[in-house]
Design a binder for this molecule. Structure first.
Ligand code: 6CS
Length: 366
């Protein structure tokens, strides 16, 4: 049975209200919406916008953050969560944070890389580790955040952390086992140029569209396939209009949590501490949140029986790794010296974690 998606319609109505006055120009930003923080105003409400619907990884993360902040502040700070469909598309949410209409939001590199090219590294294939325990360790703590903070600041965003949401899978109406299987395939990617680049190198005809449009485009055969983590393929019902899910373990879905810089700067020190503590706590839970959701949603889709699953062999993955390489050159052209430094730091950190893992000093990723 194919379901309709009424939340899509409210998306565009509400964003029109919030986005009034949105602009790329910093001087046009409306900072009047920024909350002032007199302690007499408690409880204070922080607004957190999500790129995903209720029940998603981002929603579970936001609920956990809400509970940690409300506990840490003894109820003085409340978190108001806006799931996808209530405010706008991913790019629109980024604008809402930049202009101060919301305080916090998820901003995924797949959409953000046109604004902040450095984040595009997370859209490239076969750059992040193959080993889950290494990936988990890579996203633990603040080391990666420090690498990207300046790039976010320059675009009027405060980076609070990265959130791994699981391996991206490819869906289509055929298995995608070799780069040749992508020849002319109209695959939907997230909206940035960099998201499309790896698939272009496989010979595909990428279509960069907002998340809310994917189901309809698949249903109406405007596109032939799409890529997303497993939990999203289930909750957005893409599996209803696709035959095959290919697991290539080429890229992880990584998102970032961002804040409006003026909002963040005006928070009293104690509130910044509550936020920092809550982010550390939810950061430690984030890996398990995605692991659990991706696992149960895969089982649900397999039980439903509409989708065949193909897992690529190491040899098949090697062919994709080689075909995707020019996308890295594209990244370096777009990001220059800073992109090169980020790439080197990332590779060094991965190598260090792989050594620790091999010597038995790492976690097992579960
Ligand atoms: O494909 C997308 O556009 C979206 N996918 C996920 C899993 N989260 C947010 C993003 O916008």
């Amino acid at each position: 049975m194919q379901r309709s998606h009424p939340w899509i319609w409210s998306l565009f109505a509400v964003v029109a209200i919030f986005a009034t006055g949105c602009s790329d120009a910093p001087e046009d930003r409306d900072t009047t919406a920024t909350t002032t923080s007199s302690q007499d105003d408690y409880p204070e409400t922080w607004r957190f916008a999500l790129e995903e619907i209720e029940g998603s990884v981002q929603h579970a993360y936001a609920e956990a953050l809400k509970s940690h902040i409300e506990d840490a502040s003894d109820g003085k700070v409340e978190l108001d969560i806006f799931p996808y469909g209530s405010l706008g598309t991913s790019s629109q949410l980024t604008e809402l944070v930049r202009n101060g209409s919301v305080d916090l939001a998820f901003a995924s590199p797949g959409h953000l890389a046109d604004l902040i090219p450095e984040t595009g590294i997370f859209t490239l294939h076969y750059v992040l580790p193959d080993n889950d325990a290494v990936t988990r360790a890579l996203f633990d703590g603040n080391e990666l955040t420090g690498l990207f903070s300046a790039a976010y600041n320059e675009k009027h965003l405060t980076l609070l952390g990265f959130v791994p949401e699981g391996w991206m899978a490819w869906t289509a109406n055929k298995p995608l086992k070799t780069p040749a299987d992508f020849d002319g395939l109209r695959i939907r990617t997230m909206t940035s140029q960099m998201s499309a680049e790896a698939f272009r190198n496989y010979g595909a005809d990428p279509r960069q569209t907002p998340y809310s449009q994917v189901y309809t485009d698949l249903q109406l055969k405007q596109i032939d396939g799409q890529t997303n983590p497993i939990f999203a393929i289930e909750e957005m019902n893409f599996y209803e209009v696709q035959d095959t899910l290919t697991m290539a373990r080429a890229a992880h879905f990584i998102s970032s949590v961002v804040a409006n810089p003026e909002w963040y700067a005006q928070l009293p020190e104690q509130q910044q501490d509550w936020l920092a503590l809550a982010l550390i706590e939810v950061g430690q839970e984030a890996w398990d949140i995605q692991k659990e959701l991706n696992g149960t949603r895969l089982e649900a889709m397999l039980e439903d029986g509409q989708l065949a699953v193909t897992r690529l062999s190491e040899q098949e993955r090697t062919a994709f790794r080689e075909a995707s390489r020019p996308a890295l050159d594209f990244y370096l052209q777009q990001t220059g010296e800073r992109g090169q430094q980020i790439l080197e730091s990332l590779r060094n950190r991965i190598a260090e974690l792989e050594r620790q893992q091999a010597s038995g000093n790492g976690s097992d990723g579960n």
